[in-house]
Design a protein around this ligand. Structure first.
Ligand code: F6P
Length: 324
């Protein structure tokens, strides 16, 4: 049955483009004469009844803004039975008959649990800089994050080559290496360490040594924060123990999460925000909407977080060949 009143929330780590997705969902809902309400600070807003009606104007001038106008949270209460029960009560009180959840794997998992327990109609949107959700080629926020990281890598290269220094640059991504790989390729890094492949510290030391002997002016190694060999400081120390080479570390951190969304993120967010409302209207729920090979696809919640999205091993090969 077509919903009459839907709720929308952003959950987990914010990602550039979340506002563009909210805007698209709000305006599509209004176009189809569906009322839409925003919950503040993720699932906590549903638990506490922190709700506002969203009108066309509520999302004016937001497509270009980073962060999320609804606020977000990593709700621990929602993981508990009483928390979920309170959330269900709020939906009943406000006669919300479907929800749109924008977030990463934890948010999709929460949506799935809520659906299973109370048969709530929910559609998810992939919003995370990590790009680690199965069921979409790209997540909203990834493109902006890699561009922000790249800008920083380019700047670091200026000083790295002036002083002929070895740098370890740590990027985000939690347990996934999508950011690391993309930034490594686009930033012309000498090597990239990602959690999906085993890190060979001795091999890395040999390569850095060869590069120095060849007269390479800068040596930039991108370290994904989730690499099993350790963070950028630990890797730096391990290499120093072998090569006795002076090095510097730059942890890019939260600058990767902020800023105005790129054109690609705004386009993806607008398409998916529209597709979420369209899907609910067609009585599709219990799934996340994504884009694969330029086509909109709806993937059951469980697959989005339990299946591992694969990195492209060719990218790693290309990085190595181009850095020879
Ligand atoms: O999931 C997005 C992300 O930015 C990860 O890349 C990072 O590991 C994590 O969030 C940081 O989490 P928090 O915002 O809780 O510090």
């Amino acid at each position: 049955m077509r919903p009459k009143r839907i709720g929308i929330l952003t959950s987990g780590g914010d990602a550039p483009g979340m506002n563009a997705a909210i805007r698209a969902a709000v305006r599509t809902a209004i176009h189809y004469q569906i009322k839409i309400f925003g919950f503040k600070h993720g699932y906590n807003g549903v638990i506490n009844g922190d709700i506002i009606e969203l009108k066309r104007n509520s999302v004016a001038n937001t497509i270009q803004r980073g962060g999320t106008i609804l606020g977000t949270a990593r709700s621990t209460e929602f993981k508990t039975d009483p928390g979920m029960a309170k959330a269900k009560k709020t939906l009943k009180k406000h006669k919300i008959d479907a929800l749109i959840v924008i977030g990463g794997d934890g948010s999709m998992k929460g949506a799935h649990e809520f659906t299973k327990k109370y048969r709530i109609k929910i559609i998810g949107l992939p919003g995370t800089i990590d790009n680690d959700l199965f069921g979409t080629d790209f997540t909203i926020g990834f493109d902006t994050a890699i561009n922000s990281a790249l800008e920083a890598v380019d700047k670091i290269r200026d000083t790295a080559s002036s002083l002929e220094r070895l740098f370890f640059i740590e990027v985000m991504g939690r347990y996934a290496g999508f950011i690391g790989l993309a930034v490594g390729l686009a930033g012309g890094a000498e090597d990239v360490l990602i959690p999906e492949t085993p890190t060979d510290i001795n091999g890395l030391a040999k390569q850095i040594n060869r590069n120095i002997k060849k007269g390479k002016k800068s040596n930039i190694v991108i370290v994904s924060e989730g690499d099993e060999a350790g963070n950028a400081f630990i890797i730096g120390e391990k290499i120093k123990a072998i090569l006795d080479e002076d090095y510097r570390v730059a942890v890019l951190g939260y600058i990767q999460r902020g800023g105005s969304p790129s054109a690609s993120d705004r386009i993806l967010a607008s398409k998916l925000g529209y597709a979420a409302v369209y899907g609910l209207k067609k009585d599709m729920h219990g799934c996340m909407v994504g884009e694969i090979n330029k086509k909109i696809v709806y993937t059951p919640f469980e697959k989005t977080y339990s299946r591992k999205k694969k990195i492209d091993p060719d990218i790693y090969t290309i990085i190595k060949i181009l850095a020879e």
